[in-house]
Design a protein around this ligand. Structure first.
Ligand SMILES: [Zn+2]
Length: 247
């Protein structure tokens, strides 16, 4: 697989391709090369980089019907949707609502990050709990946490979990106050026992990072001191307390 600048491509398992972009601490799009469909998980900051990802897969693996998934409605994960406006774009039902309701102001506020000609294209197929592609051994399911509309994808064939922004190094980013729901979602990740965990930002991880994130959220939920020392963790903790109205 060639490396197409500034996109970094890493092979994961037998059929996964992690496409990492340098912006926002490294932002990830994950491609699963299914039997019938090519799945694009999250669409980054715009049509230009997503066209590059799409072309890269077409060159190395030929034509296949794309299916797109948005892990949540935050702007850094959905702006490449216009490339796929004529195909299926999956997400949790509240993700579609958020793209419609919050998308325009997000686009206005973060316009300097736009990559290409961005128009808002909301998900066009939605689920409330889960949606499965049994023949492809690929499963999408609601995992509220980082945001209420967050969902995840489990690739049963490769034993890989795409967790979106629910998992992050060194600490998770809380932007929705239901910590119990967040904790339950991370516990559901542990139960799946994936070998590889792909966060929305940063390097490939495993359940070790999920456990660390979970410990932190449990401390936060129980109002205990999470015992943080490094500046990055302290800064994130500060912004989490602010999001919870506790700062
Ligand atoms: Zn993000």
């Amino acid at each position: 697989m060639p490396e197409v600048s500034p996109l970094k491509v890493s092979r994961i398992g037998a059929r996964g391709f992690l496409m990492s972009f340098p912006e926002l601490d490294g932002t990830n799009t994950y491609v699963v090369e299914g039997e019938r469909f090519r799945f694009f998980l999250d669409t980054y900051l715009g049509p230009d980089p997503m066209r590059e990802v799409e072309k890269c897969m077409r060159h190395t693996h030929g034509e296949k019907t794309p299916v797109v998934f948005n892990s949540h409605a935050d702007w850094d994960h959905i702006w490449g949707n216009p490339v796929f406006r004529h195909t299926i774009i999956l997400a949790h039902e509240s993700c579609r609502e958020r793209v419609i309701e919050e998308g325009p102001s997000d686009l206005e506020r973060h316009r300097t990050y736009v990559r290409g000609d961005v128009t808002l294209v909301p998900p066009n197929v939605v689920f409330s709990t889960r949606l499965d592609f049994p023949d492809e051994r690929l499963h999408f399911f609601h995992t509220p946490g980082h945001t209420q509309d967050s969902s995840s994808c489990f690739d049963e064939a490769d034993n890989v979990l795409f967790a979106g922004d629910n998992v992050e190094s060194p600490l998770p980013c809380v932007s929705w106050p239901d910590l119990d729901a967040y904790i339950a979602s991370l516990q559901s990740y542990l139960a799946l026992r994936p070998d590889v965990v792909i966060p929305g930002h940063g390097d490939v991880a495993d359940l070790g990072l999920v456990r660390k994130n979970l410990e932190y959220l449990m401390a936060l939920s129980g109002d205990r001191d999470p015992g943080l020392e490094d500046p990055g963790s302290l800064a994130r903790h500060g912004s989490n307390l602010q999001a919870l109205g506790r700062a």
